[in-house]
Design a protein around this ligand. Structure first.
Ligand code: DAH
Length: 335
């Protein structure tokens, strides 16, 4: 009898260990502890045993019943808790969530493309501070104090003599102070102006260019800028140079390209002129050379400055500059 009790115990416990859900445990409970179950059968058998072994067998059978009852209860509790934990938190049958792939911002891409075009022509890249001395942003570039040309650049002042640079042109001065000709650099970077509408943001990006050597002529400026435009836009894009004014260049010119939207026939984007302004340029003013200790009788040079957002807007047909800075992944993901 003892052996039978032991056998039922072993069977019940190992079956319970293998039960994987509440239903399996409930079925086993009926099989072992139910009214017609195996433990009840053992108890019934005890009453037919000889009197001298009956008490011990009865005791063992009752201990088994208690042990199994609490083992079943524990198993039920464990499975119920596990089920509650998974419910609502994890549905392993759902499709996985796709990870969004990162990429470079369109302005970073366009700025890199602009820089690559000049690096291919032998330019090297320089950088400088965004919080800039008045001297580098204005004075050394031949903007005298109180000169009305300063008005064109809606300046954020940090203090009386310190500004957020309004253009990348200070890098012309900083570069020439540090090196002797020949100079052939571009300077990409952020600039700041107190201005905001669909074509202006208070922070935007420019790429400055400067070439200085003996015998540099306006035709060199034209050749370099034409080669640049034909790398960034279509290779047959027409260019024109329009007389302009900047204190640090003489003569100065603004460069227009044939409108990339209407091919020059006139549209809303080009104000029905067929032309789009893309950059400012000119021959370095002798006063700037004097400020950095270059001999203006010996050296000549040209400089130019272009807006990265403007190039990107024209390249991709974007009509509102603010899109670049709103961080809408649906917009940024297209580039
Ligand atoms: N710094 C000028 C601006 O932001 C652009 C510019 C014009 C740069 C002529 C130049 C240049 O280097 O030669 O409006």
């Amino acid at each position: 009898m003892k052996d039978r009790i032991q056998e039922v115990r072993q069977n019940a416990l190992s079956a319970l260990e293998e039960a994987r859900d509440e239903k399996a445990v409930a079925d086993l409970a009926v099989r072992f502890l139910g009214r017609k179950g195996e433990v009840s059968a053992l108890l019934r058998e005890v009453s037919s045993l000889p009197v001298e072994v009956r008490p011990e067998a009865g005791q063992l059978a009752n201990i088994l019943k208690k042990e199994l009852s609490s083992a079943f209860e524990a198993a039920e509790k464990r499975l119920a808790e596990a089920a509650a934990e998974t419910a609502g938190t994890l549905d392993v049958t759902l499709p996985g969530r796709r990870l969004a792939q990162g990429r470079f911002h369109p302005l970073t891409q366009v700025c890199d493309e602009i820089c690559r075009a000049f690096v291919r022509m032998g330019f090297s890249v320089v950088e400088g501070p965004e919080v800039e001395a008045d001297y580098y942003n204005f004075e050394a570039l031949n903007f005298p104090p109180e000169h009305p040309a300063r008005d064109m650049q809606d300046t954020f002042f940090v203090s009386e003599k310190v500004v957020l640079r309004t253009h990348t042109s200070p890098l012309q001065v900083r570069t020439m102070e540090k090196t002797r000709p020949p100079v052939r650099v571009i300077a990409p970077g952020k600039v700041y102006r107190c201005d905001s509408d669909i074509t202006h943001t208070p922070m935007f990006q420019q790429v400055e260019g400067l070439v200085v050597d003996e015998g540099i002529r306006f035709s060199d400026l034209k050749g370099v800028l034409a080669a640049f435009v034909h790398q960034i836009f279509a290779p047959d894009t027409p260019l024109r140079f329009r007389p302009s004014f900047f204190p640090f260049t003489e003569p100065s010119a603004e460069v227009d390209i044939g409108c990339v939207m209407c091919d020059g026939s006139g549209c809303r984007v080009c104000g029905h002129t067929g032309w789009l302004e893309i950059l400012g340029s000119g021959m370095v003013h002798p006063a700037v050379f004097e400020n950095v200790g270059y001999d203006p009788e010996k050296y000549t040079g040209f400089a130019f400055g272009l807006g990265v957002e403007r190039i990107a807007m024209l390249k991709y047909g974007i009509d509102d500059i603010r899109r670049f800075y709103e961080n809408d992944a649906r917009f940024l993901g297209q580039f």
